[in-house]
Design a protein around this ligand. Structure first.
Ligand SMILES: NC(=O)c1ccc[n+]([C@@H]2O[C@H](COP(=O)([O-])OP(=O)(O)OC[C@H]3O[C@@H](n4cnc5c(N)ncnc54)[C@H](OP(=O)(O)O)[C@@H]3O)[C@@H](O)[C@H]2O)c1
Length: 287
């Protein structure tokens, strides 16, 4: 059985992937209690010593605001330690699998969707940290897989706690009757995270390279939130009272950082579209 070290082991995507793939792979969970991502030298040593075939590196401080307020600290965690793991993999013959993000395109002033050959342009520290790792891996590794994900969504399972996503955010607004703003000047892919768990085996065996992994979406975030609210059974009155348009955020420049997943699809990955992903997610969870 292939031995896969998985960092950020208690995080959302790592937990979900492990839950649905534990019979197919031997996972070696690695959490930050075992390795300090603010010390890249120690990180490189740790992963060089680790007995595994592949490292799936999911650990990151993915909070945009935290990356802006602590650029030096988060550079160590998100950029330098990821590169340290990649170095360790290269020197010990392991495959490196890295999760990058759509946010590498959030500075683009032309509309998406963007393909793997489009040059990243990010206005956030988080996006630039991930883009730096993507470029380092492309330039220095012979055997790697980088998956650039869109904004993912899902609902909780035992020992799987979703990070904030559109479905969870809308559910929170409806359940707590809290009027909540959703961005009008933004279009991004939003993907049911179950796709990642389902396609994980194929992803591990992709030919070396960079792949965009996302379901299609043509809606703005506000339009998407309204769609989700209606699917949850909210009345038109609840939708208009609780799902509010945020027209000010990004009024200076419409953000379209959608990913074109054509390469991943051509390689055999099954991905969806936003509306069918929402339908599947809510059906899976009994709505
Ligand atoms: N969720 C999305 O929509 C999305 C979209 C695109 C890309 N991504 C990327 O996918 C990966 C996983 O995302 P996720 O949603 O599963 O995030 P998550 O639930 O926040 O999990 C990330 C894990 O990384 C570790 N971690 C967090 N902060 C850290 C810090 N300051 N120093 C060291 N380790 C830290 C923690 O794991 P331990 O405590 O177990 O070490 C945490 O559980 C990240 O690299 C993220 O950038 C996510």
């Amino acid at each position: 059985m292939q031995r896969i070290a998985i960092t950020g082991a208690t995080g959302y995507l790592a937990s979900l992937v492990r839950l649905y793939n534990q019979d197919r792979f031997s996972f070696i969970p690695v959490s930050r209690g075992q390795v300090d991502y603010t010390h890249p030298d120690e990180v490189e040593h740790f992963f060089a010593q680790l007995n595994c075939d592949l490292v799936f590196h999911t650990a990151a401080n993915a909070t945009t605001a935290a990356c802006e307020s602590d650029p030096a600290g988060t550079d160590l965690v998100n950029r330098d330690s990821a590169i340290a793991i990649a170095r360790a993999c290269a020197s010990t013959g392991k495959r490196m699998m890295f999760i990058s993000t759509e946010q590498v395109f959030n500075g683009k002033d032309v509309p998406g969707p963007f393909g793997e050959d489009d040059e990243p342009c990010s206005v956030t520290r988080y996006g630039r940290q991930k883009a730096a790792v993507d470029a380092w891996m492309r330039d220095n590794l012979e055997d790697y897989v980088t998956i650039r994900l869109s904004w993912m969504f899902g609902l909780p399972l035992p020992r799987v706690k979703p990070s904030p996503g559109i479905v969870g955010n809308v559910l929170q607004a409806l359940r707590t009757a809290t009027p909540t703003h959703f961005t009008c000047n933004e279009r991004r892919c939003m993907t049911y995270a179950q796709h990642l768990a389902d396609e994980f085996g194929r992803i591990c065996n992709l030919p070396s390279g960079l792949y965009h992994v996302a379901s299609d979406n043509d809606l703005t975030t506000y339009e998407a939130a309204r769609l989700v609210a209606r699917r949850f059974g909210a009345s038109e009155r609840e939708v208009s009272q609780l799902i509010l348009p945020d027209t000010e955020r990004y009024a200076d420049r419409f953000r379209d950082f959608r990913l074109d997943a054509g390469k991943a699809r051509a390689a055999g990955l099954e991905l969806g579209a936003f509306e069918s992903d929402v339908e599947r997610c809510l059906t899976d969870f009994g709505w």
